[in-house]
Structures are given as structure tokens and as C-alpha cells.
Write a protein that binds this ligand. Structure first.
Ligand SMILES: [Ca+2]
Ligand SMILES: [Ca+2]
Ligand SMILES: [Ca+2]
Length: 288
């Protein structure tokens, strides 16, 4: 009975999540259908080693770069607020070793980007496909130590403005970001307070953390020069490399933080019919 209750709770949570997703302007549980995305450079839709359809920003080979942006401009409110949640995984990391505190193989990371330049945009290596992209804000998940960017290690989260890889703020991460795990990330911008917040939690079933990993106060309307913006991701490799994969992605054009991210094991519950149990339970409640 206890087990059944847990399943019903999962189904209930799913319905809540599905309602949430209705306000999303971008909603990919996976990337088997990439309609609405412009893929650039070395970015492709790929099947990963677990059989998932992923957005592969760069493959695990040297000197690649790529990006994927919303094909259409997305209209934000006058204050430029938005909320997004996504899951990513960096696998098959290889090639060169960092010279800094983090001596792991692999490079260079992933950047989540809002930019108003073009839906076709992207630089190899330490630029992570984002360097020189003006009128933009980037949230980097950086796995390679570039001392020229005043980075203090090769495993950090940073906020970048206008294609400048010298982050306005950054935070170290205690576990290797490119360790092959699925990571869950949230980026929320509240245009009323101008606070941009980033959360990064290891794991596919991770809950949105109470505290932000990183935050920065910035007037995005001024940075972007417009409240009609492209959203997407960039990545690059150099002598170090890895598969840089986005597994799922949701975005709302308002400050409306996502409390959970669609992920494979919950979707598996759906396919096993636990939603049916939830629906049956509701019918029972209505009948009584
Ligand atoms: Ca960096
Ligand atoms: Ca590293
Ligand atoms: Ca770097």
C-alpha cells in the first residue's frame, strides 16, 4: 500500500508539472523532434549511449563548435523576465588535461544563452561557442581552465555578458561537471528586481535548490537591447573534448521558476501506466 501511495503521488506531481508546462514557450522532454530549433555548426540531434534523443551541441572530438537557438524570437515582458530549466550531460570527456586545480580530461563546457543577434551564431575551444556574441547574456558551465579569462579553475559556473568570456561572476563546483552524470540546471531572471539566478544540481531527479549557485543583478533589457530574444545553447571543444548534450529543456517567458525538470525515469513511470493509477484514484474520489 505504501508503494502504491508513492506512485499516486508521482502521478499527481506529473499532472502539476504538465499544467506548469502549458505556460512554457519552449518545452522539450527530449529532442526526438527538434522543430523550433535552429542547429548551427557541429550541433546535431543524436542518440546517446542510453538510447536518448539528445541535442548534441558538440561531439566528443577536438576543435568543434556549435549552437542551437530558438528559430523564432521569443517575446519577453517589458522587464525581460524569464524562467528556464534544463538537463545536460557531458560524456566521453577526453583529450587534454587541465593545468589548474581541476586536472580532469575534457573541455570546454556549455553556455545557456539569451541573445538578440541571430539564430545562427558560434567559436571553437575556450570561447565555448559564445565568445564575441554581442547583446547577450550567457550562463556558462565551464570545464576547462582558461587563465586568459581570469578563470580560477577548470570546473565552474559563470555569468557572461555580451560574448565576453571574462565572467562578471563565477562559482566553483565541487564535483566535476563533465563527469558523465546528468545535471539539472535552472536559470531565472526576475526583471522587477533585476536578479539573475542560476542553480546547478547533480542528478536527473534533482529538486530545484533553495539557494542559488550563482546570482547577479543586471538590467537585461539594456544588455539585450530588445525584449525579443533568441534562447539557446552553445558549446565548443579544443584539445580537450566531450559529448555536450542537452537532454531536456523548458522555458517560460515570465519569472515563474520550474520546480522540476522532465526526466527519463518519470517519463518511464508514465509509460508504465502510473498516470492511469492516478486517474483511477481521482475517479474513485469523485465517485465517493
Ligand atoms: Ca569561464
Ligand atoms: Ca576541467
Ligand atoms: Ca574555460
Amino acid at each position: 500500500m505504501v508503494t502504491k501511495h508513492v506512485h499516486i503521488l508521482c502521478a499527481t506531481a506529473l499532472f502539476a508539472s504538465a499544467q506548469f508546462a502549458q505556460s512554457s514557450v519552449i518545452d522539450f522532454d527530449n529532442f526526438s523532434n527538434s522543430t523550433g530549433l535552429q542547429l548551427n555548426g557541429n550541433t546535431t540531434i543524436a542518440t546517446d549511449d542510453a538510447g536518448r534523443s539528445v541535442l548534441r551541441l558538440t561531439p566528443a572530438s577536438t576543435n568543434k563548435s556549435g549552437s542551437a537557438f530558438s528559430t523564432a524570437l521569443i517575446s519577453l515582458g517589458a522587464d525581460a523576465s524569464f524562467s528556464t530549466a534544463f538537463q545536460f550531460r557531458i560524456s566521453n570527456s577526453g583529450g587534454m588535461f587541465d593545468g589548474g586545480l581541476d586536472r580532469a580530461q575534457g573541455a570546454d563546457g556549455i553556455v545557456f544563452v539569451a541573445q538578440t543577434v541571430a539564430n545562427t551564431a558560434g567559436a571553437v575551444g575556450g570561447g565555448i561557442g559564445y565568445q564575441t556574441l554581442g547583446s547577450s547574456v550567457g550562463v556558462e558551465f565551464d570545464t576547462w581552465h582558461n587563465s586568459e579569462n581570469e578563470e580560477y579553475d577548470g570546473n565552474h559556473v559563470g555569468i557572461d555578458l555580451n560574448g565576453n568570456m571574462n565572467s562578471v561572476t563565477e562559482a566553483g563546483v565541487s564535483t566535476l561537471i563533465n563527469n558523465g552524470s546528468i545535471w539539472s540546471a535552472w536559470v531565472d531572471y526576475n526583471g522587477v528586481t533585476d536578479l539573475l539566478e542560476v542553480r546547478l544540481v547533480e542528478g536527473a531527479n534533482a529538486a530545484r535548490s533553495t539557494n542559488s549557485t550563482l546570482s547577479y543583478t543586471v538590467d537585461l533589457t539594456t544588455v539585450l537591447g530588445s525584449t525579443n530574444t533568441y534562447f539557446g545553447f552553445t558549446s565548443g571543444t579544443g584539445g580537450g573534448f566531450g559529448n555536450h548534450d542537452i537532454l531536456s529543456w523548458e522555458l517560460a517567458s515570465s519569472y515563474d521558476p520550474f520546480n522540476d525538470v522532465p526526466e527519463p525515469s518519470i517519463l518511464a513511470l508514465l509509460s508504465l501506466g502510473f498516470v492511469g493509477i492516478g486517474a483511477m484514484k481521482r475517479r474513485e474520489q469523485r465517485a465517493s
